[in-house]
Design a protein around this ligand. Sequence first.
Ligand code: DGJ
Length: 319
Amino acid sequence: MLVHDGTYYWFGEHKTEGSAGNRAQVGVHVYSSKDLYRWKDEGIALKVSDDPASDIVRDSIIERPKVLFNRLTGKFVMWFHLELKGKGYRAARNGVAVADRPQGPYRFLGSSRPDMGAWPMNVREEDQIQGPDKHLANDFALGQQSRDMTLFQDDDGKAYLIYSSEENQSLHISQLSDDYLKTIGRYLRLFPGTPLEAPALFKRQGHYYLFASGVTGWKPNAAYSAEANSIWGPWQMLDNPVRGAAEDVSTTFGAQSTYALPLPDMPDRIIFMADRWKPQNAIDGRYVWLPVEWEHDKPVLRWQSAWRLPVQSSIKRER
Ligand code: DGJ
């Protein structure tokens, strides 16, 4: 979700019918809204290519697109998880595309792995030796594996790529260049040895919070949460944030985190957004949006089959 000039822009994988719909057949779709209730279809923001030599040729995998506005360049910058056609999930790259308008069209700039030739700021000596399952060291020269990912823009304009790395056994938080087009080799490694996907990072009252999932393919699993006083940590793992029925707790309401949206007029109020994947019929994937609640300053999530935004929270209509 991008919030820009009084409008929400909701980007997502354009899914199609059947299991082929898990691969990119169309591209990244975008909808816009002034109030999060009424949505306008803005069409395809980034189209797949027909050129077999393109990294984003039809049948590649394009997942979890995120867009930020860069104040310095005046461009909208899209990042997404990219897997090359026919290569399963082995490429583990990010694609980057830019546009002059939030809804696109986005121009694909290229794809790569982040943080090539750089160690995380909290690297240990033993992490720098190559070997079986030593993914950080093994991928040092190629760039770190980047699969599930999100972007986070801080109040000071700095932006970060948060990506699932090392065969999805850790998360990395990586600073982007001032133009948001690349990583700069300044990154932190979180929770090595913990299977983690689906990161969603947000800030509330000066503190940083993270939601994530475990790693069970398309099947839902229990959520993780974490907090820190600084983006560079130390990050502390918190409990599973889900409260309520055992099945909700163990499957995150049958869903997997994808984004956490602070409401522009009430930034203390956060919407937790999650995906309910349907790999056999990708187009039937659904969404779960829940208001984040707080218990002793820790974020928690409870099922609500229906809820409304606080009245002041929708963006004021432009006159
Ligand atoms: C779980 C990830 O969170 C999804 O984005 C997707 O990559 C699936 N795995 C693929 O199995």
